[in-house]
Design a protein around this ligand. Structure first.
Ligand code: SAH
Length: 350
């Protein structure tokens, strides 16, 4: 694929402007075009020779909108098309105080978790940095505010794919979206959700980036986790816990544990007690998620009483926990579900 301007930082674009012998002040205008997710022909303030020079080597945009679905609470689900025709998805969640965008980091996923739609067909390919950043820039354009403030203030790397399995591109994305010349989104407001790859968690801790780390735990013992997350056979819970403690030491950031409650499987009070013992002493917060039913997977979510009982048990065990609203579940909100429906031609439900 051709390189894309959405892969580049302000400084890298400045170097190119210099190399192509255009005046320095053009950098800001060109970068403005990038941040507004515009095509070359939309940037009327740029001279044609400059646009031609860049267009010969760089695409302006890596991600196009294929379809948009609107759900309850103004949640939007986007199906994006990449330049090679592959589709990926994202969820836009308005909160009033600033909006969140859930982005994908891979097309498909290698992790094959038993309840997740993203891994059903394995990994298609890693997304380039421009394809991760491009999702944010496009969503920002689609939701542009009239007061000129940025619409998106929070980013969650919780779309399809395993972010730490595409480490280099994800790290560059974090740098780009965080940089002052770009969207300036604070690393505190960027959450990276991972199945738990210990070596990569340590590498992230050493990288100097201080994003919020979320671990998809979903079960409190190896015996139970092995059944739903195949990756756990490679890296057991103790290894992950050691790595997150290291992450906390290095970054001072409280760890988030995600725990999707399924019917019977992991939602018993015994599981709650095992979870309390596992997490005791770790600066953390547990996000309980009522599992979204994926028809191919046949695992059902726990009912609301079970969810509440589980939450109360954690509170009694002095583990900080909340139930995450399952935003977008009415529009295939769970990881990978929209794209899967689209690929099957069954997305008419929207
Ligand atoms: N691979 C990463 C990020 C993508 S998944 C990870 O494992 O964290 C984002 C979150 O959605 C994870 O916590 C994942 O376990 C959860 N998830 C996937 N399918 C789900 C479903 N059907 N219901 C509820 N949560 C789901």
């Amino acid at each position: 694929m051709r390189p894309s301007l959405q892969d580049l930082s302000f400084e890298e674009i400045a170097e190119l402007v210099k190399k192509f012998e255009f005046p320095t002040y053009r950098t800001k205008q060109l970068y403005d075009m990038v941040l507004r997710c515009k095509e070359y022909n939309e940037a009327t303030n740029l001279p044609l020779p400059l646009k031609q020079k860049f267009e010969n080597e760089y695409d302006a945009i890596s991600v196009a909108l294929e379809q948009e679905f609107c759900g309850k609470s103004n949640v939007k689900k986007y199906l994006y098309r990449l330049r090679d025709g592959i589709t990926i998805e994202g969820v836009y969640m308005p909160h009033g105080y600033g909006d969140s965008l859930c982005v994908s980091t891979q097309a498909g996923c290698r992790m094959a978790c038993s309840f997740c739609a993203s891994g059903l067909n394995g990994l298609e390919r890693n997304l380039e940095t421009s394809e991760i950043f491009g999702q944010v820039l496009l969503a920002e354009r689609l939701n542009a505010r009239s007061d000129g403030k940025r619409a998106i203030t929070n980013i969650v790397l919780m779309g399809s794919g395993e972010p730490l399995d595409n480490y280099t591109n994800v790290i560059k994305f974090i740098s780009l979206v965080n940089s002052e010349a770009s969207l300036n989104i604070s690393e505190r407001n960027i959450s990276l959700s991972t199945v738990g790859l210990p070596d990569k968690i340590r590498e992230l801790a050493d990288s100097g980036h201080k994003v919020t780390l979320a671990i998809s735990l979903h079960a409190p013992t190896d015996e139970k986790r092995n059944k739903i997350i195949p990756q756990n056979r490679k890296h057991c819970i103790a290894e992950i816990i050691n790595a997150v403690k290291y992450y906390f030491e290095k970054t001072g950031r409280r760890i988030i544990f995600e725990y999707a409650l399924a019917k019977n499987e992991n939602s018993t009070l015994q599981s709650a007690n095992e979870l309390i013992i596992l997490l005791r002493g770790i600066p953390c917060h547990v996000n309980l998620i009522p599992l979204n039913f994926v028809k191919e997977k046949k695992i059902e979510g726990a009912d609301s009483k079970t969810v509440n009982d589980f939450l109360n048990a954690l509170a009694k065990g002095r583990i900080s926990a909340t139930v995450r609203r399952s935003m977008g579940s009415d529009i295939f909100g769970a990881c990978g579900q929209l794209r899967l429906g689209y690929l099957e031609g069954s997305n008419a439900r929207s």
